[in-house]
Write a protein that binds this ligand. Structure first.
Ligand code: PLP
Length: 393
């Protein structure tokens, strides 16, 4: 029997997809399931973006494109970076990817190997740890704590850097907590990095356009002093409701760009052409749909936090970004994963158990409020009824 390499015994998963499949299965059986599990906007992609893809197909954009992406799209990403962050990003350093997730895959492959350490947020997007372990590198979790409003803690992250650290991963606004790194923490982090010139940084800014209460997202692109070792992960999925299009972009320092482009050539050749033309229309066209979606998420955010805090044993910090609430459920008497599972199976509400995002996620569940206000209200009512009547085994 042929053996696949050991690394596959260490690769992880993103449980949100398993929950999505289970929710679909329950729905097929005729159950009414409200899905607050998966993190994707419930809106349609703006019509002018869809039209641009249809036009691209009609205009004959059916072939391969350059591996790094079509030139106008790379230029549009660079222009968008300048407008939003003030950073002068060369289009040459922009890589178009099939989804934002691919950038973490490339960056972790590039810096992870046995003996290396990679610092990443915990609770955090599960693929960080999964890929770090896949490469044989040592995952070094940096706790993201409720006591700190789930905000990024620069001092703590810097204290985890050792001579073996090759990469530090940041994610703000954050999944699963909705935490946003205060500008002062980012300043302190970048200042502290001066002591560690060998360390690369990957900043996952996929939720950068989704902040609330007037809080500004601070992109690491705004710090020229780390530009020679900064990888920025971003994309269209969350901002333009384009999760299924599989379209992302990243910015790479000149020293690593070629390695990233070669991985692209070795793996996916290029991102599908019509999706790239759609991405161009999204970036260069009207942005009112982005603000309309953000405003609607904001409205639901308030509903979900208020509703959660009214439930017995549950308390929720108000998230400052993304579209997730990460309530503390430890006083319900339930462990987080059994609670998430029972809510899905018995109450028809899909959520994700906090431990799926790391050890520091125990005691929490993640709810995506990228669902209608009506469904959020129904889900909260079901959760209230469930908690009042059901006890853990
Ligand atoms: N980074 C974070 C923190 C995410 O939550 C997600 C998606 O859930 C991604 C990256 C990946 O986005 P994409 O769907 O564009 O691959």
């Amino acid at each position: 029997m042929p053996h696949i390499i050991d690394a596959f015994s260490r690769i992880g998963e993103e449980n949100a997809f398993a929950v999505l499949a289970r929710a679909a299965e329950l729905q097929r059986q005729g159950k009414d399931v409200i899905n607050l599990g998966i993190g994707q906007p419930d809106f349609a992609t703006p019509p002018h973006v869809v039209e641009a893809a249809v036009k691209a197909l009609r205009d004959g954009h059916h072939g391969y494109t350059p591996a790094a992406g079509i030139a106008p799209l790379r230029e549009a990403v660079a222009a968008d970076c300048l407008t939003r962050t003030g950073a002068r990003v060369s289009p040459e350093s922009v890589l178009i990817t099939p989804g934002g997730k691919v950038t973490m895959f490339l960056a972790i492959l590039m810096f992870g190997e046995p003996g290396a350490e990679i610092v990443y947020p915990d609770p955090g997007f599960p693929i960080y740890r999964s890929m770090i372990e896949f490469t044989g590198a040592t995952p070094v979790p940096a706790p993201v704590l409720e006591a700190n409003g789930f905000a990024f803690d620069a001092k703590d992250a810097l204290a985890r850097i050792t001579p073996r650290t090759r990469l530090v991963i940041l994610n703000s606004p954050a999944n699963p907590t909705g935490g946003v790194a205060p500008g002062a923490e980012i300043d302190a982090f970048v200042a502290g990095l001066a002591r560690f010139p060998e360390v690369a940084i990957m900043s996952d800014e996929i939720y950068g356009r989704l902040t609330y209460d007037g809080l500004e997202h601070r992109s690491l692109l705004a710090y020229p002093e780390i530009a020679d070792r900064l990888i920025v992960l971003d994309g269209w999925s969350k901002t333009y409701a384009m999760t299924g299009w599989r379209l992302g972009w990243s910015v790479w320092p000149a020293a690593f760009f070629e390695a990233a482009r070669k991985l692209a050539v070795n793996c996916w050749s290029c991102v599908n052409a019509p999706a790239q033309w759609a991405g161009l229309a999204a970036l260069t066209g009207p942005q009112d749909a982005v603000e309309a979606m953000r405003a609607e998420f904001d409205r639901r955010r308030k509903l979900v936090v208020e509703g959660l805090n009214a439930l017995p044993g549950i308390s929720a910090v108000t998230p400052k970004g993304a579209f997730y609430a990460f309530p503390n459920v430890s006083r319900t008497g339930w462990k987080a994963k059994p609670l998430a599972s029972a809510l899905l199976e018995r109450a028809g509400v899909a959520t994700i158990g906090g431990p799926d995002f790391g050890v520091h996620g125990e005691g929490y569940i993640r709810l995506s409020y990228a669902n209608s206000a009506e469904n959020i209200a129904r889900a909260l009512a079901r959760m209230g009824e469930f908690l009042a009547t059901e006890r853990p085994a």
